[in-house]
Ligand binder design. Structure first.
Ligand code: AP5
Length: 214
């Protein structure tokens, strides 16, 4: 199973990827988390992309390909979120998978209106320990610092109104058209991301059922 999650900022890609990876033992590959790990560790690469990340702009394609593609193990079961973000990245993904003799099993497109996404991102908290995503109201971080996730739970540097507006613009211009591309291949399922988190997870599991039975 090789699964791709597409969706605007705040639609729940990370939330769903982390839930599915726990339920199905998939490996979660999140380009946003890979980028933020570099920034947090203050690597040279992290320093070179921090400004773009924090402003909500796309990081250059060559950097994204370098940090993402090596994680897409041919024999593994993975769920990819945050990539591809434009036509060039979609082509590069296709070529990399083709070279490895594999293809995407299913693409899940999460959909919700922009206004709701902006509200969600205001309440988002991310764990600096695990990279997992929470929401103050809809999916609160653990109160006790347990073994699973000790936190701290903080807003992301790009959780500003301006960065989210920029991310939404980029999403509508560059990412949304990719849905057509995967629809033509017959592997796209659109999921209503306005529903509560567990219901969205159920809808995704339902969409993955035929591919998991193969
Ligand atoms: P990235 O980290 O990928 O951010 P994004 O795509 O903008 O998406 P978000 O992480 O903001 O939202 P999400 O859909 O994961 O929602 P979440 O689960 O957090 O990328 C960040 C930056 O990195 C980019 O701007 C760019 O700079 C760079 N980058 C990354 N990939 C790149 C690429 N391929 N090319 C170039 N640059 C790249 O949920 C949001 C909140 O809502 C949470 O608090 C959650 O708990 C809550 N929530 C989730 N679902 C629900 C629900 N159903 N109901 C209520 N609340 C919910």
């Amino acid at each position: 199973m090789k699964v791709l999650l597409l969706g605007p900022p705040g639609s729940g890609k990370s939330t769903q990827a982390q839930r599915l990876s726990r339920k199905l033992s998939y490996f979660q590959v999140s380009t946003g988390n890979l980028i933020r790990a570099h920034i947090q560790s203050d690597t040279e690469l992290g320093r070179s992309i921090k400004g773009r990340h924090d402003r909500g702009e796309l990081v250059p394609d060559d950097v994204i390909l370098e940090i993402t593609l090596p994680n897409l193990e041919p024999a593994g079961r993975w769920i990819l979120d945050g990539f591809p973000r434009n036509q060039a990245q979609a082509r590069a993904l296709h070529e990399a998978l083709e070279k490895r003799g594999i293809s995407l099993s299913r693409v899940i497109a999460l959909e919700a209106p922009d206004g709701e996404l902006i509200e969600r991102i205001k309440g988002r908290r991310q764990s600096l320990a695990t990279g997992w995503t929470y929401h103050l109201e809809h999916d609160p971080p653990p109160k006790k610092r347990d073994d699973l996730d000790a936190g701290p739970f903080v807003p992301r540097e790009d959780d500003t109104a301006e960065a989210v507006r920029r991310q939404l613009e980029i999403y509508h211009q560059e990412v949304e058209p990719l849905k057509q591309h995967y629809e033509k291949q017959g592997i796209l399922t659109v999921v209503d991301a306005r529903k509560p988190i567990p219901e969205v997870t159920e809808d995704i599991l339902q969409a993955l059922r035929p591919a998991r039975a193969d």
